[in-house]
Design a protein around this ligand. Structure first.
Ligand code: ADP
Length: 505
């Protein structure tokens, strides 16, 4: 057996390739950002061809840095930004429209049309575990078919294919127009509003209600098992792809949350907390999503409850790119540390409405509590607190749904290098926050899923022993202060609601 696993982690801001060894250590990696296209307020697009080019480049870099070739790689795993929707021509491989990114709210009209009927809304939520929202892939597919000339007819004839990033990369990796396979995994499929949680297959009635032809949908497979070997025209020629998971599900797997009751929180562009709920789906009463944690080939699926927050790390990018308060994301920590608190300011980054636990598409962002006293340092601090407060809302919902309070939170993602944020998080949750030694958990999870399927690792226990803590933050404020600050946040959230009227975009 070859000595390493290669994971491709295709994220919202960048694409990484990492070489993982048996101990779960990262031996080498390559990473490249791709452009964020923002053609209108609320619209976010990526260029699928640019992402495929970047993917090949980062794979080449990771292999070169580790001084390896495809012969040293036992299997490939893919972890990807979820819900982002690509529709392409089966024959030419060309996308018919830019990728519509998960944060994009252009499908608000489609969602409103469907939610107007209570029965339709209840059916979608019951069968898919998701609220009808712009976030998910289904309405985005419908938008493309409605707006690109000839797309609907071509899709009905089977000439167009739909995929999230996993499917797009897999199709290209396995040959594209030259025999590429059109597949996805259960975790990615669970984010489309089209997959039935009971059958783990596409639901024809939901597809019809959304106006999405079944002919364009990929086949759904378990997350860990055989997909297909990479095509000869790629650097990974002949290496089997045996793991595919949406990035948040991959991070849950990479954090070794294999048992019911185990949870992780990822701090990236947005924040995503997933709690493993075992082999039966748990329905949320508090604004969380029911989703898949993972499925291994030949085994029962494992479900999760998820709290998705649209804007956390991207608020830091906004301070950098739109306001110019900082030159790089990492500078926010020093700026925020230069003041003892947020000076009374609260930032609620409802840029794409509010996701969990509110699901309010009519919300828009607000900065409240402003006085002459407030400086950019206070705003930087308030921006970090916004991440911690939004996480508190989700953790409260998790505790209420599961009935078992979480005793500590495993964290990962690009923002967890920020020690001030981690301390603030422990303070505002009132539970310890634990960062593992390897924080590239989505890449690790994809590698684990791929490696398990080919026997590179023999079982979940072996993977669990790879997990090691790096640092732990204990809460340092008392319950009274915690609740006082949280009350202020909740008041600020109410100020963002009912902002967009029905006749506005
Ligand atoms: P994704 O996988 O969603 O592309 P990452 O996990 O790579 O995201 O995290 C990137 C996010 O982390 C960016 O939004 C960036 O603004 C934020 N970020 C990076 N470094 C820091 C830092 N030191 N403090 C706060 N936020 C940070």
């Amino acid at each position: 057996m070859s000595d390493f696993i290669l994971a491709i982690d295709q994220g919202t801001t960048s694409t990484r390739a990492v070489v993982v060894d048996r101990a779960g250590e990262i031996r080498a990696s390559g990473q490249l950002e791709h452009r964020q296209h923002l053609p209108r307020a609320g619209w976010v697009e990526h260029d699928p061809v640019e992402i495929w080019d970047r993917t090949r480049e980062v794979v080449a870099r990771a292999l070169a840095r580790a001084d390896l070739t495809h012969l040293d790689i036992a299997a490939v795993g893919i972890s990807n930004q979820r819900e982002t929707t690509i529709v392409w021509d089966r024959r030419t491989g060309r996308p018919v429209h830019p990728a519509i990114v998960w944060q994009d709210v252009r499908t608000q009209g489609i969602v409103e049309e469907l939610t107007a009927d209570d029965d339709v809304r209840a059916t979608f939520t019951h069968r898919t575990g998701l609220p009808l929202a712009t976030y998910f892939a289904g309405p985005k597919i419908r938008w493309v078919l409605d707006h690109v000339d000839g797309a609907r007819a071509a899709a009905e004839r089977g000439g167009l294919l739909f995929g999230t990033l996993d499917t797009w990369l897999l199709w290209n990796l396995t040959g594209g127009p030259d025999g590429g396979v059109h597949l996805t995994d259960v975790t990615n499929a669970s984010r489309t509003l089209l997959m039935n949680l009971e059958t783990l297959d596409w639901d024809p009635e939901l597809a019809a209600a959304l106006g999405v032809p079944l002919a364009m949908l990929p086949e759904i497979r378990p997350s860990s098992g055989a997909f297909e070997a990479a095509h000869r025209a790629t650097l990974l020629e002949g290496v089997p792809v045996t793991g595919v998971l949406g990035d948040q599900h991959a991070a849950t797997f990479g954090q070794a949350c294999f048992a019911p009751g185990e949870a992780k929180n990822t701090y990236g562009t947005g924040n995503f907390m997933l709690l493993n709920t075992g082999t039966t789906p748990v329905r949320s009463q508090h604004g969380l999503l029911t989703t898949l944690a993972y499925q291994r080939a030949g085994e029962a699926p494992v479900f999760a409850l998820e709290g998705s927050i649209a804007v956390t790390g991207s608020l830091v990018q906004w301070l950098r790119d739109n306001l110019g308060l900082i030159d790089s994301a990492s500078q926010i920590e020093a700026l925020a540390t230069s003041v003892p608190d947020a000076g009374g300011a609260v930032v609620v980054p409802a840029f794409s409405g509010l996701f969990a636990p509110h699901w309010r598409p009519d919300a828009r962002g607000a900065i409240v509590g402003l006085t002459r006293y407030v400086t950019k340092a206070h705003l930087a601090r308030a921006a970090l607190e916004a991440t911690a407060f939004q996480t508190r809302e989700v953790l409260d919902a998790m505790n209420a749904d599961s009935g078992v309070p979480l005793v500590e939170l495993r964290v990962d993602g690009g923002m967890v290098v920020n020690d001030l944020l981690m301390q603030t998080q422990a303070d505002l949750l009132g539970v310890p926050v634990v960062r593992p030694r390897v924080t590239e958990t989505s890449a690790l999870g994809a590698a684990y899923a791929a490696g398990l399927a080919v026997g590179y690792w023999s079982n979940l226990e072996e993977l669990a022993t790879n997990w090691q803590a790096d640092r732990r933050w204990e809460p340092q404020i008392d319950a009274e202060e915690r609740e006082r600050r949280y009350r202020r946040w909740r008041k600020a959230v109410t100020r963002t609601l009912d902002w967009i009227d029905e006749d506005e975009e």
